[in-house]
Design a protein around this ligand. Structure first.
Ligand SMILES: [Zn+2]
Length: 676
């Protein structure tokens, strides 16, 4: 096995030497090594201490985590069927490992004894945080329960994962089973040509005459936005909104109630009043009350705008099409039409000002003005694809800070979207400092022979967003890898990323890079104004909608008993009461297809979207007050937020940076919902 590059010592991932066949043996070997390291901790006969237990555990399995990061990053950015098959084999091995770890009673005994003893020790804040994190990781999985309760907890977890899986399968089946056959092309008026083409191709594939519309997002969204055919929009929306709510085998009502009940039981077993109480303990928000008050406050202030916007939309629909009863299936259509009328902002006009190379340069300039970083492209690092560009990053003292991999263009084998990830986290071990290796992966249009890669404005903000995550990881300056960089609470992690997006709306920043790729002309001010204004278009309705989803999430997960539940639809209607301004459609239900909270990991966390926006708006307001490139503010942000990762409670970090708690009014002002 000594030929396996993954099992050799390396600093940078040896991508070009890695073959798929190397992964399985590398995982097996490094899992064995990690288990041995844990056994050594358990078998140690000395009194458990922070160093021989907590620190030893934190630094165990290092080889395993490096191999995992390479494997899973490749499986997202450059996968193939073989790698996907391997993932199916490897994932169970990893869950088995982590289950065994969390159920290791002897290990937990040692952790607990260190934890109990903490008040008599003089730990640094970071050490206390690590101790707490590791202790909670065990107790939140039942380590403190008696054997019977532990057994029940495992049953609940199994049942929950089965039910969530079934919930997701039902939604998928409902999506896949739906097709709307349209015979006549004239019924598709207004819909973009490429959507019509794929609808036609799909019909041909199914040997049917005409066009087939589906509920997939790439079809559903443009149809709702652009189809002039009101009946068609209605049919498609009813299809979309009734997923998991029809009287058939895919109905999810029982699954919803079952998931909610099991989560409540699990929380109760662990000593919490509700599932939300359990989840929020590990979030910046901390309590259900904080989240409720937070959502209600935003709702109160956004509601008047939402009502006004809806009146405007109704008047517009009446004026141009004689629509007297605006319904849910009309909203996206008239919103889009009104937006076009008001702003006439064509993406194609903006794109020539956003040549990818230049935007990257501009983004680096912004980082250099704020944090005095320099980026040097290097060509001698091993990469997994020729499209990947590598940079070495240096700090203000010209000291090596991090390595940045950037992978910008789509290809087969790369999943959709954009993300930041790491190949190595920053940490200090045995007095040696390890600097991070960070990667951003996007799906921006590739250059052609005649045209460079030109970004839409949305892609520009996406790039700044991911770069903000990368700055969090690159500037990290902590001791322990699990508290380093972006390893922070869920409702805090989007602050550095969303903050960076703000510079894309400022002419002082845009003039650094937004120049026409042919004429070199700076992006005209009138476009900048339009970008800003249109980004706030219908903000009241959008805000209240987001808040309503957050409230729906809590109305399921902050429950302290199931007694008040009459039916899924009923609970949902009370959550949306006085927020949803358009008439309810009886045959639709959101909860039965709300994958975020019943399938993915967003339960009790939907509020985080708005929460993170408040943080970034409030943080950027500070920059605006002092100047968007103000050295002092940037230094505070770097030293308190970017460098300290998860070593201190986020609210404390934020206050150290800002001098006060975040104020939601900053978001409402930026969105134009209250006057500044
Ligand atoms: Zn993000």
């Amino acid at each position: 096995m000594d030929q396996n590059p993954l099992l050799q010592t390396f600093d940078y991932p040896p991508f070009s030497k890695i073959e798929n066949s190397h992964f399985k043996p590398a995982f097996e070997e490094s899992l064995k090594e990690a288990r041995t390291e844990i056994n050594t901790i358990v078998d140690n006969t000395e009194t458990p201490t922070f160093s021989n237990t907590i620190e030893a555990l934190e630094f165990s399995g290092q080889k395993l985590s490096r191999i995992s990061s390479i494997f899973f990053n490749l499986n997202s950015a450059e996968t193939n069927t073989e790698l996907q098959k391997l993932a199916q084999e490897i994932s169970p091995l990893l869950s088995e490992f982590s289950n065994d770890l969390l159920l290791n009673a002897d290990l937990f005994k040692k952790i607990k004894s260190v934890f109990k003893d903490k008040s008599s020790q003089n730990y640094t804040e970071e050490q206390s945080m690590l101790l707490e994190k590791i202790y909670k990781n065990f107790t939140r999985n039942g380590a403190n329960l008696n054997t019977d309760d532990q057994k029940r907890l495992r049953e609940i977890d199994m049942e929950l994962s089965r039910t969530s899986l079934n919930f997701g399968e039902n939604v998928l089946a409902e999506t896949n089973n739906f097709e709307l056959l349209v015979k006549d092309k004239s019924e598709l008026d207004g819909i973009p040509d490429d959507i019509k083409e794929s609808a036609k191709a799909l019909a041909e594939e199914k040997q049917k005459e005409g066009y087939i519309l589906t509920l997939d997002f790439p079809t559903f969204i443009p149809v709702m936005k652009f189809s002039k055919n009101r009946e068609l929009r209605e049919k498609l929306l009813l299809g979309f909104g009734s997923k998991g709510f029809k009287d058939n085998e895919y109905n999810n009502e029982e699954n919803v109630l079952k998931i909610v009940k099991l989560r409540l039981e699990r929380a109760n077993l662990l000593g919490y009043k509700s599932h939300a109480d359990f989840v929020l303990q590990e979030r910046m928000a901390k309590t259900v009350d904080t989240v409720q008050t937070f959502l209600d406050n935003i709702l109160d202030k956004a509601m008047p705008s939402a009502e006004k916007e809806l009146e405007e939309l109704k008047a517009f629909a009446l004026e141009i099409d004689g629509i007297k009863d605006l319904r849910k299936w009309d909203k996206a259509y008239y919103t889009e039409k009104l937006k076009q009328k008001k702003f006439d902002l064509d993406e194609e006009i903006l794109k020539p000002y956003f040549k990818l190379d230049r935007v990257i340069e501009g983004m680096f300039k912004v980082a250099s003005k704020l944090y005095h970083l320099t980026f040097k492209q290097v060509n001698d690092l091993d990469t997994y694809h020729e499209d990947v560009i590598t940079y070495k990053v240096y700090n203000e003292e010209n000291k090596y800070l991090a390595t940045l991999y950037a992978d910008f263009h789509p290809r087969a084998g790369k999943r959709d979207g954009a993300w930041m990830t790491t190949y190595k986290d920053q940490y200090k071990f045995n007095k040696k400092e390890e600097r991070p290796q960070v990667s951003i992966v996007c799906n921006f249009t590739k250059p052609t022979k005649t045209k460079p890669s030109l970004l839409t404005f949305n892609e520009v903000t996406t790039l700044f967003h991911e770069f903000g995550h990368a700055l969090h990881a690159m500037n990290a300056n902590t001791t322990y890898p699990s508290l380093s960089g972006a390893s922070v609470y869920w409702d805090f992690v989007e602050l550095p990323s969303q903050l960076m997006e703000n510079w894309c709306y400022e002419s002082e920043a845009l003039k650094l890079f937004a120049r026409h790729y042919q004429t070199n002309e700076i992006l005209p001010k009138k476009y900048i104004e339009k970008i800003k204004e249109s980004s706030n278009f219908m903000e009241g309705l959008q805000t209240t909608r987001q808040v309503s989803f957050g409230k729906l999430d809590l109305s399921w997960h902050a429950l302290e008993s199931m007694n008040s539940i009459e039916s899924v639809k009923n609970t949902e209607n009370s959550a949306f009461k006085n927020i949803e301004l358009l008439p309810d459609i009886e045959s639709t239900c959101m909860s039965t297809a709300f994958g975020h909270i019943f399938q993915g990991g967003y339960s009790s966390g939907y509020y985080s979207y708005k929460w993170a926006e408040v943080l970034d708006a409030d943080a950027f307001e500070y920059f605006k007050e002092e100047g968007i490139f103000n050295d002092e503010v940037a230094k505070k942000f770097k030293e308190n937020i970017l460098q300290l990762g998860g070593t201190i409670e986020p609210m404390a970090l934020y206050k150290q940076f800002r001098g006060k708690k975040p104020n939601p009014d900053a978001l409402l002002k930026r969105a134009g919902l209250i006057k500044s």
